[in-house]
Design a protein. Structure first.
Length: 258
């Protein structure tokens, strides 16, 4: 069985085959188990995000927004950097995903809670729209996948991986150029290029969910070990976080143009 790569660094082409060879005879991965674990980690994200959100607005003053931002700087740093480190560890340690997934969810919740609060302070009502739209896109892509409106073929996977790698190199080149004094504000600005670029990235992040659904389905069909449920949830959570951040950014561009 050939499980080719998805948009997540966690999901390599031989992940399930290696797991099966190492843990033949163990309890198997199931779709219901994966769904239940997904719901649980999303609750962790919301709880963590809400805590940081409350910290921000407890001291928020429209006349001095910098004070509120300073109050959550530590949470942003721990959540962002810690989440990245946990994700890197998990990408090489599928067996530890049951322990690492809740930690990742809490860390990402801290980061998203702080980021969302800052956007909300600037554009009231934006976060509710972003959260709602994220789940609408998630459910829509799940329907598209289940109805096979878009089939996840080898060609589709290769195309998505090419798009992902293109984005990675583009971000890296822009970062290096910025270090040498080049003006790369067009990436984060609200101009026409920034809007088009944000639309493209949001689209790619949405379609990456199809690859995650495919990975999870193939894992259950292959009879992967039970711990792979957590591994699949981990990868899906990464995609959801990426999608939400892109949608939040996209909506802020539209809001800034009003």
């Amino acid at each position: 069985m050939n499980l080719t790569r998805t948009s997540n660094p966690l999901f390599g082409s031989k992940t399930f085959e290696k797991a099966q060879r190492a843990y033949t005879g163990e309890e198997k991965m199931t779709l219901n188990g994966t769904i239940n674990k997904t719901a649980l980690v999303i609750l962790f994200v919301f709880a963590s995000a809400y805590y940081v959100w409350q910290k921000f607005f407890a001291v928020f003053d429209p006349a001095n927004p910098g004070a509120a931002t300073s109050s959550i700087t530590t949470f942003l740093a721990i959540g962002g950097i810690g989440g990245f480190i946990v994700a890197m560890i998990a990408s090489f340690s599928p067996k530890r995903s049951g322990f690492l997934t809740p930690i990742y969810a809490i860390l990402e919740g801290m980061f998203l809670g702080g980021l969302s609060a800052m956007f909300e302070a600037q554009f009231p009502g934006l976060v509710v729209k972003a959260v709602s739209l994220t789940f609408m896109v998630f459910l829509s892509m799940l329907l598209v996948y289940r109805q096979r409106i878009i089939k996840v073929t080898g060609k589709f996977r290769r195309g998505m991986m090419s798009a992902m790698m293109g984005l990675l190199f583009f971000y890296l080149a822009s970062w290096i150029a910025g270090m040498f004094g080049a003006n790369v504000s067009y990436l984060s600005g609200g101009g026409t290029f920034g809007l088009i670029f944000s639309l493209i990235v949001t689209g790619i992040s949405a379609f990456s969910l199809l690859l995650d659904f495919d990975f999870i389905e193939r894992g259950t069909e292959a009879g992967a070990p039970k711990y792979m449920e957590w591994y699949g949830v981990f990868g899906l959570l990464i995609s959801l976080v990426w999608l939400y951040v892109n949608i939040l950014r996209l909506l802020s561009i539209f809001a800034g143009r009003d």
